[in-house]
Design a protein around this ligand. Structure first.
Ligand code: SF4
Length: 295
């Protein structure tokens, strides 16, 4: 039985520099809620991010954190999971970091199926660098650096994930943090790569895809007669956008082996987990024992 924890356990004292009203606040809240609901303690989780407004998130949590180079959190997170499979490894980064700079890592993660939870703060703009269009900006999206509108077609992360073989594909909305927390919890419990693409309003630079714009369009798949194991239905839902936007689990495959389950060298445990339980429990007293052992 899971003992629910207090989400305040994950509170950090760092000053938060996000703009007031930014959708990232809801993502931070939802991640804390999900971890607390699953009874995961701060030392049992690692949050890995890249560069961007949303990638500051691990700084604002009491949790193991690793801020990597731009676009690189997925391979680093995969390595961390292989080294210590007992950690719950979560990636939080933006649409530019995930689908642009780190786009190849995204595709490879979908097909590899490492046991990671990937939360994408998708605000359809580069917020940290003051509002250039991003891979997920709609065609024609006007910004200060694209006064004639974005030229490219928008990148569709859900259909790309489906095509690349992802085993858990979902979408949340920053206007509904409790619903999002439920999806994150399902992603953490899923064995394999779990994508939670979050519609995250950037209140400062994206004046099109606002909270109101989304509220008029979003609906819940769980309120419909929808089967997330139906790949063809998921493909259709992944392409709904302008009029209606689905939230929830679009696609889920149960029982597929995770990447680490298939690595022969990891049979019998990873190198770290073979040492002993010291390295799996980085609480202060364990840290002192580790120091004694290695110095
Ligand atoms: Fe959030 Fe946009 Fe402000 Fe960045 S610029 S903190 S994404 S509102």
């Amino acid at each position: 039985m899971v003992t629910r924890l207090d989400p305040k356990l994950f509170d950090a004292t760092t000053d938060i520099t996000w703009c007031a009203g930014c959708g990232d606040f809801a993502i931070l809240k939802a991640l804390k809620l999900a971890l607390a609901d699953l009874g995961i303690e701060p030392y049992q989780a690692l949050v890995v991010s890249g560069i961007g407004c949303g990638s500051k998130l691990p700084d604002y949590m009491n949790v193991n954190a690793y801020l990597t180079n731009h676009g690189r959190p997925l391979p680093i997170a995969t390595a961390a999971k292989l080294a210590n499979p007992d950690l719950h490894v979560i990636v939080t980064n933006g649409d530019g970091d995930s689908y642009g700079i780190g786009g190849n890592h995204f595709v490879q993660s979908c097909r590899r199926n490492p046991n990671l939870t990937h939360i994408v703060e998708n605000n359809q703009i580069y917020g940290l660098t003051k509002g250039q269009y991003s891979p997920t900006s709609d065609k024609g999206f006007v910004t200060t650096t694209s006064p004639d509108g974005a030229i490219e077609l928008a990148f569709n992360p859900l259909s790309v994930a489906l095509g690349a073989g992802a085993t858990f594909i979902s979408r949340a909305f920053a206007g509904e943090p409790k619903h999002m927390a439920g999806l994150i919890a399902q992603g953490i419990q899923h064995r394999g790569y779990a994508l939670i693409d979050v519609l995250q309003p950037c209140v400062t630079f994206n004046r099109t895809n606002t909270y109101d714009w989304y509220r008029k369009r979003v609906y819940h798949l769980e309120d419909e007669d929808y089967d997330p194991s139906d790949r063809k239905a998921a493909w259709e839902k992944a392409h709904e956008w302008e009029e209606r936007i689905p939230l929830g689990v679009l696609y889920r495959v149960e029982g597929a082996p995770a990447y680490e389950d298939q690595v022969k060298a990891l049979e019998g445990g990873s190198p770290l987990s073979r040492l002993d339980d010291l390295v799996k429990d980085p609480r202060p007293q364990q840290y002192e024992r580790l120091k004694e052992r290695f110095t």
